[in-house]
Design a protein around this ligand. Structure first.
Ligand SMILES: [Zn+2]
Length: 340
């Protein structure tokens, strides 16, 4: 009881504090937590686990509040009256409805059953974080620093941000120009030891605001209407005639596909504009079909390239533009070796 009172008092202080200083809205989300009994036993009993969970949520809430770029104060609030310890298979808990709470967190420190697969964010109608660790040793508890970094990333999904690492490309999986695509620094790219949200992540969190949302629905909405490719020679002159090919990258594939999904021509002034839908078509599963695209411009036998990762495309929308513009420079002569 004392704990609940403390939590409420703290929340009220936070709310009043924010109203007095900068009038930021406060978005609260209720969290129900279930944890498997083996984890509770190994971590020294229920009281210890409650303390660890309290510390964990202090860190989660801090991650969603230290950054001045957020439009609101975020508060993920554990409902201790709903807290429960379960016996049995964790993956069955993950899919249980939780109509009285925004989110369910299922914690499993051991994954002791072969059916206990996976982990991470379960979106759509499920809205659950399966916070699972694989190994049965005390150095891999659900509360170690890396595990907490991981659950902060999962709450990033809960607030509408897709995996930025799913937009990356491995050099050996790029048959078009052999270049890797490395992504951008963000908790949603690599969470371990990371405290930085990319501009894209901040934009998505701000857009989701206090609503209960699903990533795919949010992703689908923030697509600019057009893509504009601007091609120039290295001396600044416009490329007058060129072929433009868009090679797509599938989510989590790390691969540039061999065949372009869309081909067009630059006919004048080094510029072509086309509907984004030609490449990033809407679809139910991920919101848009591809996570990235390699654009190739070819003129006079020379080629130039640019990437359109989804975060770049959607940041154009967040900047209020109806077109996402890319500059591609072509070099007339590329020497592969130096003379001296
Ligand atoms: Zn993720």
């Amino acid at each position: 009881m004392r704990r609940i009172f403390t939590t409420i008092a703290l929340t009220v202080t936070m709310v009043l504090g924010s109203m007095m200083t900068n009038a930021q809205p406060v978005h609260s989300f209720s969290v129900k937590i279930g944890i498997d009994h083996e984890s509770v036993d190994s971590l020294g009993g229920r009281e210890n686990v409650e303390r660890l969970i309290t510390d964990m949520f202090r860190r989660i809430n801090k991650a969603f509040n230290y950054d001045a770029r957020f439009d609101a104060i975020y508060h993920f609030e554990v409902d201790w009256d709903a807290f429960y310890i379960y016996q049995g298979i964790s993956t069955r808990e993950v899919f249980k409805p939780h109509p009285d709470h925004d989110y369910l967190v299922v914690m499993d420190g051991y994954k002791s059953h072969p059916k206990e697969q996976g982990g991470g964010w379960y979106g759509d109608k499920i809205q659950t974080v399966y916070h699972a660790r694989t190994h049965n040793d005390r150095f891999n508890s659900p509360f170690e620093p890396g595990a907490i970094d991981g659950i902060i990333h999962e709450f990033g999904h809960a607030r509408g941000i897709p995996d930025i690492y799913a937009m990356k490309v491995d050099a050996d999986k790029n048959p078009i120009n052999g270049q890797p695509f490395l992504g951008t620094r963000c908790i949603m790219d690599y969470p371990y030891g990371e405290t930085y949200w990319s501009d894209y992540a901040v934009n998505m969190i701000n857009m989701a605001g206090g609503r209960n949302i699903d990533i795919d629905d949010v992703v689908m909405k923030v697509v600019p209407d057009n893509i504009v490719i601007n091609a120039r020679w290295a001396d600044g002159k416009a490329v007058e005639k060129a072929t433009v090919k868009c090679y797509p990258v599938g989510w989590y594939s790390y691969t540039v596909q061999k065949e372009p999904v869309f081909t067009t021509e630059i006919a004048k002034k080094g510029e072509v504009k086309f509907s984004t839908e030609n490449v990033f078509s809407r679809e139910k599963e991920f919101g848009v079909k591809y996570s990235n695209c390699l654009v190739e411009v070819e003129a006079e036998g020379k080629k130039g390239y640019a990437w359109i990762p989804l975060y770049y495309l959607q940041n154009c929308w967040f900047d209020g533009k109806d077109s996402c513009e890319l500059e591609i420079t072509l070099k007339r002569d590329i020497k592969l070796t130096r003379d001296i």
